[in-house]
Design a protein around this ligand. Structure first.
Ligand code: ZN
Length: 238
């Protein structure tokens, strides 16, 4: 399987605390954490984002996306390309603040806004659907000692399947693991992963991301989103 991890890689370069947690970047931590003999994993940062050509995306099975303060620097053209690739069958996983990324908003078609508080709340990520492939190997919940609180209302379309609800010490609840089908492709949004906490070293979080990669693997890919005019009918029309 060909997997690509996009991370804007900004906080790691500009904030000491984040650099200390993720010396190889968030993308590096996720790459190491989900490594598997079956996976060929490439990483892309904002600096190298021009790599995301149609050809590259057509050859990628699942793309993982982490972005936060640099959403605006991702061109509309690249966002369109990514959304098209999903509609053609590529799987995609949006992590944490990628809820405001251009490709996610394009695929959802809604504002994707939420409420938030950066106060190091304890979070419990409750499994709402134990039979779902993404929840396999996870107990009743995942406990994170500290995470940025995200809260409802979350401006997304009703998920096709909900796998996790996060509950925060300060009282908020949040739809933390949401599945969608878009065209031929599968989309998973997963809330954990604020950059100042070592979330992407947590065994269960990595397990969920790995499960999601396998779940989002394309089953069928089309190479065209056109609507062809089929002039010649199979039978004579009487
Ligand atoms: Zn955050």
């Amino acid at each position: 399987m060909k997997i690509a991890i996009y991370n804007e890689n900004f906080h790691e370069q500009t904030e000491k605390t984040v650099k200390k947690i993720y010396p190889d970047g968030i993308h590096g931590a996720i790459k190491a954490g989900i490594a598997d003999d079956e996976f060929e994993i490439d990483t892309v940062t904002l600096e190298s984002i021009d790599k995301l050509t149609d050809e590259y995306l057509n050859n990628t099975d699942v793309l993982i996306w982490w972005g936060h303060v640099k959403h605006g620097e991702v061109s509309d053209e690249i966002a369109e390309r990514v959304a098209n690739a999903v509609n053609k069958g590529m799987g995609i996983i949006f992590l944490h603040s990628a809820h405001f990324s251009k490709p996610f908003k394009k695929l959802m078609g809604t504002p994707c806004n939420l409420t938030w508080r950066e106060n190091g709340d304890r979070e419990l990520l409750w499994v709402t659907n134990p039979s779902h492939p993404i929840a396999q190997g996870i107990g009743r919940f995942i406990k994170l000692d500290h995470e940025e609180a995200y809260g409802e209302p979350f401006g997304i379309p009703e998920p096709d399947e909900l796998v996790f609800i996060g509950s925060f010490q300060g009282g908020e609840v949040f739809r933390a693991g949401c599945c969608y089908k878009r065209g031929m492709g599968k989309v998973f949004y997963f809330q954990p992963g604020h950059e100042t906490y070592p979330i992407y070293y947590e065994k269960d979080i990595l397990k969920v991301i790995k499960n999601a990669v396998l779940w989002a693997k394309p089953i069928y890919r089309t190479n065209s989103l056109d609507a062809p005019n089929v002039q010649i009918p199979l039978e004579e029309i009487l």
